[in-house]
Design a protein around this ligand. Sequence first.
Ligand code: AGP
Length: 654
Amino acid sequence: MGSVTWGSGSAVPERRAPGAPPRGPPLLSPAPARPYGADMCGIVGYVGAQSAQDVVVAGLKRLEYRGYDSAGVAVLADGGLAAARKAGKLLNLEKELKDRPLPGGNTGIGHTRWATHGGPTDANAHPHLDNAGRVAVVHNGIIENFAGLREELAGRGHDLTSETDTEVVAHLLAEAYSSSGDPAEAMRQVCRQLEGAFTLVAVHADEPDVVVGARRNSPLVVGVGEGEMFLASDVAAFIAHTRDAIELGQDQVVELRRDGVTVTGFDGRPADVREYHVDWDASAAEKGGYASFMLKEIADQPKAVADTLLGRIDGSGALHLDEVRIPPSVLREVDKVVVVACGTAFHAGMIAKYAIEHWTRLPCETELASEFRYRDPILDQRTLVVAISQSGETMDTLMAVRHAREQGAKVLAICNTNGSTIPRESDAVLYTHAGPEVAVASTKAFLTQLVACYLVALYLGQVRGTKWGDEIRTVVRQLSEMSGAVERVLGTMEPVRELARSLASHDTVLFVGRHVGYPVAMEGALKLKELAYMHAEGFAAGELKHGPIALIDEGLPVVVIAPSPRGRSVLHDKIVSNIQEIRARGARTVVIAEEGDEEVVPYADHLIRIPATPTLLQPLVATVPLQVFACELATARGNEVDQPRNLAKSVTVE
Ligand code: AGP
């Protein structure tokens, strides 16, 4: 379906979307605080004297770096509302508009979608409209109570035709407007009914000079022009027109008219806002003011970790992994788990092994996807293969998935890209909600892969009865606190950046760790290899004495990830011995240790503190300093960190 003009009530009926996916058995856990929304889509709104279609589409192009799988625009004109939306890249929408231009209008909204609920199709593309075609809305986030709202709307005769959570908002706004006659009040009424993360922008055909918006979690910024106003996910969309901006705060509703902006809380009371002047250039604006996408994505990690839990723990505290559509009866028959992945995703799989074996008592192997099918692995219908891939297009991993399914194994994908090939060819999928990851070096995708792996392990434990509900509740509560822990680590990185700059002239750095710190060491080494183009290697610390310790030379930097002294303290004693061994041979020791660990202090030339965390969750905080270290050292060496030499974001060849 391409460009469609909704006049007064002639909405085009669309294929009825299938019902909501079956829910897995509930797992009990307290609903965590949700500090962040899913910042995955691009939003633009405009009211003024220019062509709304031109301004909105140009704004969406400035948000192109966010990646997306569909785009759409709606314009108010001639007393009605016209909209066009297309799956695929923005180019598809632009072609649509060239072939079938919308009526000229000066008020409009637009959206580029990074799918979370519902595949990347025309029907699921935003804007979404009510049945009368008088209201259009675009959304960034996840509405957690949309299923119940959808049922209530259907019960009141509304015909919802997409698979998205967003569509319920269009119908609710139509109802609220018909009773209040005020678009901003209608938005406030609707926001008070929603749960989850929602940043919304909407228009109503009866209000041709008004754009309304609301913010909960994902950012929303007003651009203040001369006789025109803009609304967008970030300033990149409108700084070609104005650099005067107003950032909306949490739980605020904004009403835009050509000559004015009104901001209230969801309760209707006047709200305080932050006005500022944007001094970034357009390119910097796309990166949110950061020097690189990688730095932006490192900073996005608290939000990405929280988002990956979002929508899976509902208001009653139940944990739902809706997309895991392998029946519990089949999962109870599984007698082996095999994780297949490449690169950074492989390191996530190494950590998944510890969690899966500890929480489910199932044997778990972690395999490099590129080696997997050539070693003639033993697989059958009782094997669960977990394929981890940010892009969902890595050929090595895809071929491993195909081989596993040919052997009768069930495949669960953990993926960050909705509708990509690997999830499509798997039996089930658990999407991470990291949002688009533009930098080649994977950072936020890695942390969200870890969260997804923990969720899968907990789910298996619940289904197989090896973890009781209260035990799972404890772990999920700890997981819910990790977003804040990552935030705290990010606030203490200046010494790490100074250290990185001081080591820029070195040509080798070693990384060692024990238990889940070993895969973290591997990941730290990979980051340094791919960004600084220097020799870096990760080892299990216990392996040093079996050969690698011969590498230790005077002043050689060795990064040590120390386990918690509280959990598996025997491991901590051994890592302290390892640090002493390498230091005695001249190594320059960089020790990552949790707050309160005083035993390592005498042997650390550089000490990097991380928050105390449960043993299995430590990689979520221990990895962050290594990402910052590699990025800063590469920058000090003059390297381009977003697109390192010889590398591609998605390796679609074997
Ligand atoms: C990691 O920083 C690299 N970008 C690379 O190792 C990557 O993790 C690997 O190619 C797997 O990609 P995928 O997660 O998209 O499958």
